[in-house]
Design a protein around this ligand. Structure first.
Ligand SMILES: Cc1cc2nc3c(=O)[nH]c(=O)nc-3n(C[C@H](O)[C@H](O)[C@H](O)COP(=O)(O)O)c2cc1C
Length: 376
């Protein structure tokens, strides 16, 4: 008899009991209303995936200028809070639990989307075009944040975290990865400041640390995680000294007793991964670097992530394309491939809520596996 892989067994995240070790990674899908309010379509989408140990909902902006793209979600008005509440209630009714990712895009934004000049640590534009309601446009030069802007933004993150808890989330994830605003402060090429928020690695980590501390003060550290992507050049960031930078960030954060530290695309053999695992005393979520999205690869890489000391495993595209991912992995059944890439970021149910479960695919090999499991 084959042993149940460890990632399918129950886990804990602080005070939360999780039915398994798999976390749905945050996935921006541009299905909100124009003002950022979550839609009933989104409630259905997340409820379909409620069997995840934990769902981390997509990046949601804590203020208007932090909006990255059209139709992404927000969490800075009563309407947003009410919209998110219908999502958390649907997921709760289906037996799931959710955190919400708080994401400020910084220079990954455009006046054609927000009506505002983007803000960033320094006036260094994104070195690529950006998607807006008018199609792809050249990036705008962001305005350098003043110390008042910094203080106000930190307060907006804290207020957004309070709203998230009001909306029924178990907690929030501070997005300090993938070239978004907090990562722009971390990276040397986007942070050219000469004040207390720029220069040495200790100064460059200060903004991310202060945002996280303020959010933890607002809702309790056990409800707060942070996501980082050491070495990533997504959205044009170049960190310069990845090891020193994250050593400084971990040193600032490790006394806070946060819910978790979440590493994007973490290869267990990477030197930075091993150093961070050794330095971080709390829960670590690893997001494996998947080369393909087959059952075999997802199973192998998830097991390898736990063997390398991660406490939980975050998966993005496997959950995107497989509402019943847990069942499929348990049975060793094939996974749905991700459909047309462009459907990831457009509105509507197409390519969003219409991914079939095994039960919807009665003629496939998957059903054989499902029947086998029922008989067994
Ligand atoms: C459609 C899509 C949207 C994403 N949106 C976010 C996001 O909002 N926040 C974030 O931190 N990462 C985001 N990511 C990155 C994923 O969370 C994840 O790190 C990445 O897809 C690698 O994991 P995977 O191979 O399991 O998909 C997104 C990725 C995809 C494919």
């Amino acid at each position: 008899m084959t042993r149940t892989p460890d990632f399918l067994t129950p886990a804990r995240l602080g005070r939360l009991a999780l039915p398994n070790h798999l976390v749905m990674a945050p996935l921006t899908r541009n299905r909100a209303e124009a003002d950022g309010t979550p839609t009933p379509l989104m409630a259905t989408h997340y409820a379909q995936r409620a069997s995840a140990g934990l769902i981390i909902a997509e990046g949601s902006t804590p203020n208007p200028v932090g909006q990255t793209y059209p139709d992404i979600t927000a969490i800075h008005s009563d309407r947003h809070t009410a919209g998110w509440r219908q999502v958390t209630e649907a997921v709760g009714a289906a037996g799931g639990r959710m955190f919400l990712q708080l994401q400020h895009g910084g220079r990954v934004s455009h006046p054609a989307t927000t009506g505002l000049t983007p803000v960033a640590p320094s006036p260094v534009p994104l070195p690529e075009t950006i998607f807006t309601p008018d199609g792809h446009r050249p990036a705008a030069v962001p305005r350098e944040m003043t110390e008042d802007d910094i203080r106000a933004t930190i307060a907006e993150f804290a207020a957004a975290a309070r709203r998230a808890v009001d909306a029924g989330f178990e907690g929030v994830e501070v997005h300090s990865a993938n070239g978004m605003l907090l990562h722009q402060f971390l990276a040397a090429n986007t942070n050219r400041r000469t004040d207390a928020y720029g220069g040495s690695v200790e100064r460059r980590v200060r903004f991310a640390a202060e945002v996280t501390e303020a959010v933890a003060d607002a809702i309790g550290a056990e409800r707060v995680g942070i996501r980082i992507s050491p070495g990533s050049t997504v959205n044009g960031v170049l960190e310069d000294d990845t090891d020193g930078l994250y050593a400084a960030l971990v040193a600032r954060l490790k006394g806070l007793d946060l819910a978790y530290l979440h590493l994007v695309r973490s290869a267990p053999e990477a030197g930075w991964y091993r150093r961070i695992r050794a330095d971080w005393p709390g829960t670590l979520i690893g997001n494996p670097d998947l080369t393909d999205l087959t059952t075999e690869t997802v199973t192998r890489e998830s097991a390898r992530m736990l063997a390398a000391g991660a406490d939980l495993v975050a998966l993005g595209r496997p959950f995107l394309a497989n509402p019943d991912l847990l069942t499929r992995l348990r049975l060793g059944a094939p996974l749905n491939p991700v459909r047309e890439r462009y459907l990831m970021y457009v509105g509507g149910a197409d390519g969003y809520n219409d991914y079939p479960t095994l039960v919807d695919q009665p003629s496939s090999d998957s059903m054989v596996a499902l029947d086998g499991a029922r008989v067994a």
